[in-house]
Design a protein around this ligand. Structure first.
Ligand code: 13P
Length: 249
């Protein structure tokens, strides 16, 4: 049985003061939950997450990382630096990174590799745009994004990774994928991995992300191949995030 994971992606939100209150509430609210809970604050707040969450049931991670180990890459942050701050997870290939910052499938695969080489758990984000969905390209886009990593890293690498299906049209729009839409893509992702290694596929956690709210979480997480969620806006509101975590329980 796959242990469910609910991860909050704070994106570029937060302040020392607001984060402290949010993290304390999340920490106190998840003590009895069987699912795993993680938060991904902006880089400057990882030290705060480390000091407030160390020893608690809440893990933390970063929203991206450099594909390079060190060097003249101004403003970049390496996997080793994330480890220094106790990160367990790191998002790679979020659609905002792909669209707004030009991250290609190749760059995403290199970041995935850099994360794993430092023993961080990459959360590989995949998902189609609205135009791609309407053109009937959902399966091929998601499969291509996954293949870019499988080709470079091999299927065994997915034994220590997480995949997040985040349809771009559902991110921050208030339009959540229906449970059926999410399940169909999640099942296709698992089938693609199973064709290479059934046991890795069976153990792989596939999260859904895109306008998950307390009201929609339980039905989404009840789908056979939905193993939790990657939460944006609702992760910034303690009550909402905790309600979503409870829905995964
Ligand atoms: P929203 O939950 O705000 O739609 O964001 C989803 C997301 O992008 C998480 O990574």
């Amino acid at each position: 049985m796959r242990k469910k994971l609910v991860a909050g992606n704070w994106k570029m939100h937060g302040s020392l003061q607001n984060n402290a209150a949010l993290l304390e509430r999340v920490k106190a609210g998840v003590v009895d939950l069987a699912c795993e809970v993680a938060v991904c604050p902006p880089y400057p707040y990882l030290a705060q997450a480390q000091s407030l969450l160390a020893g608690s049931a809440v893990s933390w991670g970063a929203q991206s990382l450099s594909e390079h180990p060190a060097g003249a890459y101004t403003a970049e942050v390496s996997a080793a630096m994330l480890l220094d701050f106790g990160c367990r997870y790191v998002l790679v290939g979020h659609s905002e990174r792909r669209t707004l910052f030009g991250e290609t499938d190749e760059v995403v695969a290199a970041k995935f590799a850099a994360a794993q080489q430092a023993s961080l758990i990459p959360v590989l984000c995949v998902g189609e745009t609205l135009a791609e969905r309407e053109a009937g390209l959902t399966a091929s886009v998601v499969s291509r994004q996954l293949s870019a990593v499988l080709d470079v890293r091999g299927v065994a690498a997915l034994a220590s990774a997480v995949v997040a299906y985040e349809p771009v049209w559902a991110i921050g729009t208030g339009v959540t994928a229906t449970p059926g839409q999410a399940q169909a893509v999640h099942a296709a992702i698992r089938r693609q991995v199973a064709a290479l290694d059934a046991s890795v596929a069976n153990g792989l956690r596939i999260l859904y992300g895109g306008s998950v709210k307390p009201q929609s979480a339980a039905e989404l997480f009840g789908q056979a191949d939905v193993d939790g969620g990657l939460i944006g806006g609702a992760a910034l509101v303690a009550d909402d995030f905790l309600a979503i975590c409870r829905a995964a329980n």
